[in-house]
Design a protein around this ligand. Sequence first.
Ligand code: CCH
Length: 290
Amino acid sequence: ARGVAAAAEGKLGLRHSQQDYQKVYDAIAEKLEQEGYDDGSLAPVLVRLAWHSSGTYNKEDNTGGSNYATMRFKPEAEHGANNGLNIARDHMQKIKDAFPWISYGDLWTLGGVVAVQESGGPTVPWRPGRIDGFEHHVTPDGRLPDAAQAQDHLRFIFYRMGFNDQEIVALSGAHALGRCHTDRSGFEGPWTFSPVTFSNQYFTLLQDEPWQWRKWKGPAQYEDKKTKSLMMLPTDMALVKDKSFKKFVDIYAKDEDAFFKDFSKAFAKLLELGVPTSQFAGDAWKMGSE
Ligand code: CCH
């Protein structure tokens, strides 16, 4: 009976303290650097996993979000937007094997926090409480943004999650990290010159660089005129084409502290979408490495 009670408590996360979660944080942090993989770090793809596992939320009917970690199930794993995230999920499975008591939703969202913080980004308040759901919790395909579209689409998608224009722009700054892969999304290349460092460079580049359509066989994307080594998606470009969005691009390009502060808030909110407050034991924590 004691074993059963312990297992139940383990499932609910009751027995685990901030120090326990800090051990998971440290284990994720320790394995972020991966020589030979992309730009040398798994941080970008872990941020993308945390975001895609949360961004399915619909505030109208309270479905989707990070609570049930439904990307574990084939239908959602196979949604086109999630191409390539098997790499992140497979990597996180090794952490799960070492800490079997953590839920997948907590693990994947904590992974996003570790990745942002360890790449030099802001501290993102985080707390455990997500539970593993079932395949019937999978939401329909099409809830994540389509990079080929523009501002109306961005608003349609992010307003559905409960975000405003300022939060949309702040969250988009995550594209300081990582790159597009032809075999995942069809697009190609990094947004910034330092894709494993979290910074406001995405905004300074959007604001300062001349961008032009890239001439290539792939999907329509922009390249920077000067070096032709960077890219922007049509949805990225919408942030400078739309007046209300552009206002925040200008603020974040000028003031990295403002970006860090707003990103931290919006990302923490994103990671809790769809999780009933009753599942959280208390206020969010500031985790971090020594
Ligand atoms: Fe994103 N993103 N993203 N993105 N994204 C891609 C990669 C990353 C869109 C499209 C794409 C956010 C918002 C949007 C990351 C974080 C965030 C790719 C390339 C596409 C396409 C995938 C590939 O080929 O590997 C669109 C459209 C939007 C609309 O707003 C938000 C919000 C976040 C996080 C807060 C990160 C990080 C990556 C890099 C992944 C990697 O593997 O390097």
